[in-house]
Write a protein that binds this ligand. Structure first.
Ligand code: C2E
Ligand code: CA
Ligand code: CA
Ligand code: CA
Length: 277
């Protein structure tokens, strides 16, 4: 199609058509992948910044495509959410993360908390609490070793979210607010939430060692966390200078490439072995 100026785009937009096709293919591939379990969970350590001790690990899903290789979650989680496939995929992730954590405990590693990401759609699925309890029961993992990370986007229906979060916590599972500080209302609703941990978004950590505003924001979040009796952790820690700035501002937990990137199960096990030596 020859471009005839602006109006021709109303007539035919090849990029739009291509996207739609790619999207349809992607959805079909994803549906197959879920049916066949073509996913793997990677684990990234969380650390106490003052002692260097391991405090837990975040479970991060990867799609292992037979031809395309590893597909990162940013490319398929949004599609899984929009189509509702995240319900089935999310349960698969939860089950595998709990099962693996239990396995490590049974193998004699000191028990650690595994953090599993939960999308908005999952939080508002009707039987979520039941699903969580069933998974814990079937895998044998004690509730105290599971944490769910949710982002602020799930809080659109605030009242409903509070009720669900409360029910989850009543069953002994912990809740962390992910990417904290990126929502436009972060500071106003936080006191209403039945949660355990605030995870400071990586954007504030990225330049904390050289930016006073990021320092001030982190300090404010730490102050709020303390007054609400919540734990606080920084994500996206890549530099020792950032650790120093975090410690100065009272944040004593961190996660990021400085310590380790997310690792497949076998590699994480090696990491555990060396961490506990
Ligand atoms: P998130 O929950 O905020 O996860 C943190 C992301 O930052 C991960 O990317 C992690 O690999 C990456 N990261 C960790 N340390 C560093 C660092 O020091 N520097 C930088 N630049 N990045 C770091 P990943 O694994 O690609 O996941 C991206 C997003 O996809 C996650 O963001 C989360 O929103 C979503 N996601 C991942 N796994 C799951 C899952 O199992 N379920 C759901 N619902 N969402 C998931
Ligand atoms: Ca997360
Ligand atoms: Ca995050
Ligand atoms: Ca994020």
């Amino acid at each position: 199609v020859k471009s005839r100026g602006r109006n021709s785009y109303e007539f035919f937009d090849p990029t739009m058509e291509a996207k739609t096709l790619e999207r349809i293919l992607m959805e079909n591939e994803l549906r197959k992948a879920i049916a066949q379990g073509h996913f793997e969970i990677y684990y990234q350590p969380k650390k106490d910044l003052s002692t260097g001790k391991l405090t837990g690990m975040e479970a991060l899903v990867r799609w292992i495509h037979p031809e395309l290789g590893i597909i990162p979650p940013n490319r398929f989680i949004p599609i899984a959410e929009e189509t509702g496939m995240i319900i089935e995929l999310g349960e698969w992730i939860l089950r595998h993360a709990c099962q693996q954590n239990k396995r490590w405990q049974d193998e004699g590693f000191p028990p650690l908390k595994v953090s599993v990401n939960l999308s908005a759609r999952q939080l508002h699925q009707k039987n979520l609490v039941e699903v969580i309890q069933t998974v814990l029961k079937e895998t044998g993992l004690d509730a105290q070793w599971l944490e769910l990370e949710i982002t602020e986007s799930v809080l659109v229906k605030l009242e409903e979210a509070i009720e669900i979060l409360q029910a989850i916590r009543d069953s002994g599972v912990q809740i962390s607010i992910d990417d904290f500080g990126t929502g436009y209302n972060s500071f106003s609703y936080i006191k209403h939430l039945p949660i355990d941990t605030i995870k400071i978004d990586a954007s504030f950590i990225q330049d904390i060692h050289q930016n006073q505003e990021s320092q001030a924001i982190v300090k404010a979040i730490v102050t709020i966390a303390e007054s609400l009796n919540l734990n606080v952790i920084a994500e996206g820690v890549e530099l020792l200078d950032q650790v120093a700035a975090l410690s100065e501002n009272g944040c004593d937990q961190g996660q990021g490439y400085l310590f380790s990137k997310p690792l497949p199960t076998g590699d994480f096990e090696q990491y555990l072995l060396s961490a506990h030596k």
